[in-house]
Design a protein around this ligand. Structure first.
Ligand SMILES: Cc1cc2nc3c(=O)[nH]c(=O)nc-3n(C[C@H](O)[C@H](O)[C@H](O)COP(=O)(O)OP(=O)(O)OC[C@H]3O[C@@H](n4cnc5c(N)ncnc54)[C@H](O)[C@@H]3O)c2cc1C
Length: 380
């Protein structure tokens, strides 16, 4: 197994750093967070760098460079700004891979080039007021009508829905069905008659607005169906490992950024006539933080490698997500302790990472469910 970064990968990472110097300087990241500015305007430039099509097969307009390279890129991007990596994850995992895996030839031909070019955003509208962890409890329903489908229901906490072109909306299409069967995926244009959206106030991830969405008899064409009728949940599950891989790598990047900030601070800050980094309690804290981040990185790389080489990865995907997200919480909690008042200041980068990182252990599949999944894979 080769852990060395190849010259072509290094060139891509250098490109990410130069992009970040132009668009994601620390002051700009703080401004976006403070003013709650989502990164949709950066998508075409990220596309030009090749990030959005990096792992997609060449026959679909991608670069075919594989998931290990994408993991390196996601980590590096998130080290500059997590929100930039997160929007790429939405385009690549929830958008592109869902369409490539489950779409018809016409849907792939229409959507893949636009997604890869950073000219299309698809939000996943799965969660509902009564269906969070238990995604099979969704009630939003779609019935066949002459024009195609009529959708009625409500989705909540949908990230980036306001900036999306489409809402990928799992709906119950088999009347009387229960749980994860009888669900179909419908690609709903966000600007549709009958859609009412309200932005939700929240404590972090300010550059990723969250929306409550009402669907009041929304009509979409018959070809809005992605994948097979009543098998939408299976289709969603078929791309989950891509989202986990992107997320694990991105969260690792955010965690490394937190360690780097803490490290710089403990070398600089002096108390009792010496740098606080000379106290053993502080040194051990940093040693534990970096070790946890290295564990998280190795698991993210393993997952990316499994995907790239076409191997099964259900357990490893859940593990990578679990370890990365809990690592970020561990290191930002310690980081807040080490920076103390400097971390508690409203414009400190550590507090942003700490606030934002609180989401990821329950967003995109709670860690309790990841543990259940890992146990199931162990035969329990
Ligand atoms: C900022 C933000 C962005 C989001 N973005 C999106 C998005 O883009 N699209 C989307 O569809 N959804 C999104 N969500 C919703 C997110 O996926 C849900 O919050 C998540 O699935 C958990 O659901 P819940 O909040 O209703 O918690 P609940 O389901 O009420 O769970 C509460 C607690 O109970 C635990 N629990 C529940 N069942 C079990 C069980 N069987 N065993 C053990 N523990 C259990 C959970 O793990 C959790 O700790 C977002 C949420 C937030 C806050």
């Amino acid at each position: 197994m080769d852990f060395a970064i190849a010259p072509d990968q290094q060139a891509i990472l250098d490109g990410i750093d130069s992009f970040a110097r132009r668009h994601l300087a620390p002051a700009e990241v703080r401004r976006r967070d403070r003013d709650r500015v989502p990164p949709y305007d950066l998508l075409p430039a990220l596309a030009e760098l090749g990030v959005l099509g990096l792992a997609a097969p060449v026959e679909h307009g991608g670069l075919g460079l594989g998931w290990t390279t994408l993991a390196l890129v996601q980590e590096r991007l998130a080290g500059h700004a997590y929100f930039a990596a997160s929007i790429c994850n939405r385009v690549v995992a929830f958008g592109l891979m869902t369409i490539l895996k489950n779409g018809t030839t016409a849907q792939r031909a229409d959507l893949a080039p636009r997604l890869i070019a950073g000219r299309c955003l698809i939000a996943l509208a799965l969660s509902e007021p009564e269906a969070g962890t238990d995604a099979g409890a969704i009630r939003t329903r779609a019935e066949r009508v002459t024009e195609g489908w009529r959708i009625t229901g409500r989705k909540t906490w949908i990230s980036d829905a306001g900036g999306a072109d489409y809402l990928l909306t799992p709906c119950r299409t088999a009347p009387g069905s229960m749980g994860t069967s009888g669900i179909s995926l419908l690609l709903v244009p966000r600007v549709s008659t009958g859609i009412a959206m309200t932005e939700l106030a929240k404590i972090g991830n300010n550059c990723m607005p969250s929306w409550d969405i009402g669907y009041d008899g929304v009509i979409v064409a018959a070809d809005a169906l992605i994948g097979r009728e009543n098998e939408g949940f299976k289709a969603l599950m078929s791309t989950l490992h891509y989202a986990r891989a992107s997320m694990a790598a991105s969260v690792t990047g955010a965690a490394q950024a937190a360690v780097d900030i803490a490290l710089a601070h403990v070398k600089e800050r002096r108390q009792f006539g010496q740098p606080i980094g000379s106290f053993q309690a502080v040194r051990h804290m940093l040693a534990d933080m970096q070790t946890r981040v290295d564990q998280s990185r190795l698991m993210a790389w393993r997952l990316a490698w499994l995907i790239e080489t076409g191997r099964s990865c259900r357990r490893e995907a859940a593990q990578a997500k679990l370890v990365a997200t809990e690592t970020l919480q561990f290191v930002t909690d310690r980081g807040m302790q080490l920076l103390a008042s400097a971390g508690y200041a409203a414009d400190s980068d550590m507090q942003r990472l700490w606030r934002d990182g609180r989401l990821y252990s329950f967003g995109e599949g709670t860690n309790e469910i990841q543990r259940d999944l890992i146990a199931r894979e162990l035969g329990l």
